[in-house]
Write a protein that binds this ligand. Structure first.
Ligand SMILES: [Zn+2]
Length: 132
């Protein structure tokens, strides 16, 4: 049990913390494309990982497991506490959708980048989202 708990907190740190590896990859990419951004908009619904005030655009970088993405990684079943995780991820999905709606209502555009998207070339997507 102890081991499972430790494992769980490791996973939680990996997927929920700020400044995760996927975030750093995306930041570097976006910075390299010449865009300047702000981080962790705590005044905005869902605290977007990156946001662009003048453009009213926000980017979330979501871990597939934690946010319940319908991909291989997101569908992975935890070995322990399955009911706990299923319920928690379901709540996360509901909360994510609510935050997106709130941002749209305030006139923000939102791009969600999934952890599994990092394998792709994201430059065209980011450029078309952020514009010039
Ligand atoms: Zn995914």
């Amino acid at each position: 049990v102890k081991e499972a708990k430790e494992k769980r907190s490791q996973i939680m740190r990996a997927v929920k913390g700020k400044n995760t590896a996927p975030e750093l990859v995306i930041r570097k990419l976006i910075y390299g494309l010449g865009y300047r951004y702000r981080l962790h908009g705590s005044h905005l619904p869902g605290k977007p990982d990156m946001y662009f005030t003048g453009k009213k655009k926000a980017i979330f970088i979501h871990g597939c497991f934690w946010h319940g993405h319908s991909c291989k990684r997101g569908n992975r079943q935890p070995l322990t506490n399955q009911a706990y995780w299923t319920a928690k991820i379901e709540r996360n999905k509901i909360r994510d959708n609510k935050n997106l709606t709130l941002l749209f209502e305030r006139g923000w555009s939102v791009l969600v980048i999934w952890e599994c998207d990092l394998k792709k070339n994201l430059t065209p997507l980011i450029q078309s989202f952020l514009g010039s």
